[in-house]
Design a protein around this ligand. Structure first.
Ligand code: ZN
Length: 250
């Protein structure tokens, strides 16, 4: 289960610096995890890459214990997979898994929408409208900082919505699927397509405010369809063996 996200209203996620400057970065566990996440998002560490503890320890000049803690953090976000007795690898969701994730999201989030429309209070709408404003500001401000901030925050709209729908088990499942979707979007996105549109979130919320559950469900499913359609799921991405140290210092 991924870590609980901070509420973006009170604390937007920190901007991710380009990972070029490993040497001048303070090698805290969080810093290492952030740096590796950026390298994964920028595809310098492609899916399937073996993240050798010893090599990472050399790159960041830290103990293997710290490296392991950073890897554990990334595995909770589903960015990497830890295989017992083998090691840590950059996650590699297959095309089939990507399609399955979106298929399950359509089912679960349709139910989220119905519950939300039935129980939403004015403060829930205010919270989600505020979320959309933060999304738009973050998009404007973070154009140069890569996709991480954007992915996480936009994905979070779905998590915040699920949490407001009042079924905690459903919200947990949605949170995990949104985390997996973020990784899938990172791996399979095409160059300029938006994965999640703030305008579509706003239009969806307008339908919810009208209390039109059917239209809101259709809007959400159409939104998820478009995210899935914007991904390049026509081909499996191949494995690449690469020099880990070189990739991180590039
Ligand atoms: Zn969305």
């Amino acid at each position: 289960m991924p870590r609980a996200r901070k509420n973006p209203e009170s604390s937007p996620p920190a901007a991710v610096e380009p990972a070029g400057g490993v040497a001048d970065k303070q090698a805290s566990v969080e810093g290492i995890a952030q740096d590796l996440a950026t390298a994964i998002v920028e595809k310098r560490l492609p899916p399937g890459t073996w993240l050798r503890e010893e090599a990472l320890g050399r790159v960041y000049a830290v103990s293997r214990t710290k490296v392991r803690a950073a890897l554990l953090m990334l595995s909770k976000d589903k960015l990497i997979e830890i295989i017992p007795d083998k090691g840590a690898f950059v996650s590699r969701p297959t095309v089939q898994e990507a399609r399955e994730v979106f298929g399950v999201r359509r089912i679960l989030e349709a139910e989220v929408v119905r519950l939300f429309v039935a129980c939403a209070k004015p403060r829930d709408f205010q919270m989600l409208e505020q979320h959309i404003r933060v999304e738009r500001n973050t998009l404007r401000e973070s154009a140069a900082t890569g996709t991480t901030v954007r992915e996480r925050l936009l994905g979070d709209f779905h998590v915040v919505l699920a949490e407001a729908a009042g079924n905690r088990v459903l919200a947990e499942l949605v949170r995990e699927l949104v985390a997996r979707s973020s990784l899938i979007a990172m791996l399979y996105h095409s160059a300029n397509d938006p994965h999640c549109s703030s305008d579509e979130h706003a239009e969806f919320l307008r339908l919810c405010r009208r209390g039109d559950a059917d239209a809101a469900v259709a809007s959400m499913i159409g939104h998820l369809d478009r995210i899935e359609a914007s991904l390049q799921l026509d081909a499996e991405r191949g494995d690449r063996q690469l020099d880990l140290v070189k990739a991180l210092l590039a």
